[in-house]
Design a protein around this ligand. Structure first.
Ligand SMILES: [Zn+2]
Length: 212
């Protein structure tokens, strides 16, 4: 945004080292310290999908906590989560909380079920270019990091009328990170290195979207 401290710092720095300030002037598309809202799906009395000895709520929390930690260790971002422990949160709570906080982006993390394999992501139908770019950037980064561990099917960039995508007042994306009820996918979800790669993909995708 115009006049944010980051833009001014960069302009002053450019002047100090004798560079033209103009190339820097248009660069910051977001606030100096973007506010990333991470939403681990389910929790508490809502386990989400359960299969192969795994619970969706536990996997989504692990991925989100690691995503937060990677983001905060690597870039200057504020991160808020809809939950950091195994507690029940309504869908309305999640979007109300993100909206009240004034999040820059909303990222909801889920595990798929119903028979299938691979990774897919969702945006709200009919959203504009910014949200489409958030989805595509997170999607490609998550997939790339997952593929450092194993071959992963790309199920594509999809849209759906989901509460957290519809009621969030900022660009929002929801990821479905493999199928808990498919044995080969579940075996990956049981691996610590796969969970960390998935978190790294989310963090890198978020950072790339925000231009960090
Ligand atoms: Zn879910």
């Amino acid at each position: 945004m115009i006049g944010n401290p980051g833009a001014r710092r960069r302009t002053l720095l450019a002047a100090a080292v004798g560079l033209a300030a103009a190339p820097f002037a248009a660069s910051p598309a977001f606030a100096a310290v973007p506010k990333v809202y991470l939403d681990p799906g389910h929790g508490g009395t809502d386990a989400g999908a359960v299969a192969n000895g795994l619970q969706e709520k536990t996997l989504t929390l692990n991925i989100a906590l690691q995503t937060r930690d990677i983001l905060k260790a690597s870039w200057n971002v504020d991160v808020r989560m809809s939950r950091t422990t195994d507690i029940t949160r309504s869908l309305a709570y999640r979007t109300d909380d993100a909206n009240a906080w004034g999040a820059t982006i909303f990222v909801s993390i889920h595990i798929n079920a119903g028979g299938g394999t691979g990774f897919e992501s969702y945006r709200y139908p009919g959203v504009g270019a910014t949200t489409q770019r958030l989805q595509s950037t997170v999607h490609s980064n998550v997939l790339a990091q997952m593929r450092t561990i194993s071959a992963i099917t790309d199920r594509g960039l999809k849209s759906a009328d989901l509460h957290v995508l519809r009621e969030s007042a900022m660009p929002a994306v929801l990821t479905e990170n493999l199928f808990i009820d498919t044995v080969a996918n579940a075996n990956l979800l049981k691996r610590a290195d796969f969970i960390t790669a998935t978190a790294r993909g989310h963090a890198q995708g978020i950072a790339a979207f925000l231009g960090l």
